[in-house]
Design a protein. Sequence first.
Length: 419
Amino acid sequence: MQKLEVIGGKKISGTVIISGAKNATLPILASTILTNKKVIINNVPVVRDVETMAELLKTIGSSIKFNKKKKKILIHNKKSLKTFAPYNLLKTMRAGVLVLGAMLTKYRIAKVSLPGGCAIGSRPIDLHLNALKKMGAKIKIKNGYIHASAKKGLKGGIIKFPKISVGATENILIAACFAKGETKLRNCAIEPEVEDLIIFLKKIGCRIEKIGKRSINVFGIKKLKPAKHKIIFDRIETCTYIIAAALTKGNLKIKNIIPKIISTEIKLLNKMGVKVVIKKDHIIVSRPKKLKSINIVTRPYPGFPTDLQAQIMILMTKAEGVSTIQENIFENRFMHVSELRRMGAKIEIKGNKAKVFGKSKLNGAELMATDLRASVCLVLAGLIPSSKTVINRIYHLDRGYEKIEKKLSQCGAKVRRLQ
Ligand code: EPZ
């Protein structure tokens, strides 16, 4: 089991290049099941989840070629694909369920493993399945698999999501591309990664119209065309590095990003006292003065992202006074707190609320990663004390952070991977 060793006390300064977003790449790859035209995807992050999705596509017969050096994926499916997504691939990468909508709308049948829960929550997919049923799908759950069929094909209609869901919005967007007639999606997630999927689907020929903040209309079509697409930057990776620089009082240039997409996060970090100079495609982060406490509530985009909650908690431990976090998206996303307490952090949890006492002294410790974003929060915590921190189970980290130890080392951190 690989570990990461961090010796803190070093400033995170210099320049870091942000990778493409894992959470945009996964739905876009799933949607390539729709097309038999040539597709070129650039700026693909070389992370475990993307490799797993590529493996899933290969398993069903996709012509996918992943050039990791060039961060490029080529797909040109000439023959029909299988409509089976096995448990062994979905058990580690829940987003595999995003192939369901694509398989069903193209082949009218699909057998996809139920993704199951994970450390941060039960992660149900009722919103996905109920919407597909509304579009005419027959769905049966048996032996841990979703057996879905739509003998006459999916049909359009009005789909109003009772709750905002990124994955459900993406799955139904893809399913609607070949459905008969028009599908009106309401109360959609509008994360930048969902927007990137819409841009990609329109590039391959799908007819999609955003008609309101969370309202999207899709017109079923059959004629597709070749396409080239560059994956949007990873906003969560970006803000992780902003926090790393702020934590260590570094001076960091963060490149290959679209600053306006993270305006909510930048505003909140400014309120804490983090200085962010915004340029066209990069930002420069520094922390000239003391950090102020702050109260955060996680919400769907454009609110503060749940995927950044663990990371900002670390920054709060260095602020003056008491900060609070209210986690509104997932029911169990404070798994990192017990590990931070072992480093000396003073954090109280009550239900979905965390109270973080500032100016706490953190000491190096041996820690256990539990999920992707919790694990990067432990790496950030390890950047603070000049003693040693060792993080176990860093396979969680490798799911979504490309070359994190290399990128951090290039910015002055003392971090290395232990076999
Ligand atoms: C996506 O997960 C992201 N994953 C998550 O990032 C992210 O935290 C989440 O959106 C919220 O922004 C990918 O894009 C691959 P949801 P998703 O459906 O789609 C409930 C990371 O670290 N819900 O928006 O699974 C659900 O339980 C990961 O990269 C239902 O009740 O999230 C949660 O409470 C972690 N029924 C809320 O909705 C459903 O059918 C939001 O979940 C679906 C979801």
